[in-house]
Write a protein that binds this ligand. Structure first.
Ligand SMILES: C[S@@+](CC[C@H](N)C(=O)[O-])C[C@H]1O[C@@H](n2cnc3c(N)ncnc32)[C@H](O)[C@@H]1O
Length: 233
């Protein structure tokens, strides 16, 4: 995948967990099952977006493909985008086994994916946006805005912090993850704050607004897990 700028952020470089690693990808679904039900989560997101059978949708950071497959069953076309070929291989194999043929898999990311189809009805990204530093989040939001129809929806779910009691909330979150999944999830949570680019909610608010989005709803659970539903102005 070519970069348009010689100084462009290399989004293919793994930060935090190495999702190019086969071992890492193989344990992804079972380790995340310790603290979330991705299939149920996916249905709730699709309900919230009021996805219809004629809709099209992009999933950025599609990972093991659970959301993309659920979405594909309820809409006309899904574009599943991920910088990890290992993730894409697993997700596409799962889709073939499930007899799902309306997902296009793309080895690309927020900064490099070139959407050649019509503008889409919705873009979803869960636990992937924190891989980009804040400046590049702004660039990515502008790119996503261009890929959406007017009135199209953007759903973001990720580690996003409130300023008040940030350190205490982060410590409480890390302890909660450890209680749910032992050392693996404690290290995973610690890595978010030490090595990755989880950001403040007010940074997200400003970036979204300046990128042409209206924030329809926003929730920050425990001061640490953010969910945004936005529409393209
Ligand atoms: C923690 S997983 C989340 C997977 C899935 N969305 C979920 O909710 O379980 C993060 C995924 O984002 C991908 N990723 C990292 N940086 C990315 C980027 N710049 N653009 C697109 N995907 C990216 C990783 O390869 C990985 O598959």
């Amino acid at each position: 995948m070519q970069h348009q700028l010689s100084w462009q952020y290399d989004e293919f470089k793994q930060v935090g967990r190495d999702y190019n690693s086969q071992a890492e990808v193989e344990v992804y679904d079972s380790s995340h099952a310790d603290f979330r039900d991705i299939a149920a989560e996916s249905e709730r997101v699709l309900d919230l977006l009021r996805i219809e059978t004629t809709d099209t949708l992009i999933d950025f950071g599609a990972g093991t493909g659970i959301f993309a497959m659920q979405a594909a069953r309820r809409c006309s076309q899904v574009y599943a985008v991920d910088v990890s070929e290992t993730m894409l291989d697993l997700a596409s194999a799962k889709a073939v086994r499930a007899g799902i043929s309306n997902i296009e898999f793309h080895h690309a990311g927020f900064l490099t994916y070139q959407h050649s189809g019509e503008t889409v009805d919705a873009i979803v990204t869960t636990f992937a946006f924190h891989h980009l530093p804040d400046f590049w989040k702004g660039i990515a939001m502008n790119r996503m805005n261009e890929m959406l129809k007017t009135g199209g929806q953007l759903y973001i779910h990720d580690v996003i912090m409130e300023t008040t009691d940030a350190l205490a909330n982060i410590n409480a979150f890390i302890q909660k993850q450890e209680a749910a999944g032992g050392d693996f999830l404690r290290e995973d949570a610690e890595g978010h704050f030490r090595d990755e680019y989880s950001t403040y909610d007010w940074v997200m608010d400003g970036l979204l607004w300046r990128s042409g989005f209206t924030i329809e709803s926003k929730q920050i659970d425990g001061g640490v897990i953010g969910t945004y539903l936005c529409t393209k102005k």
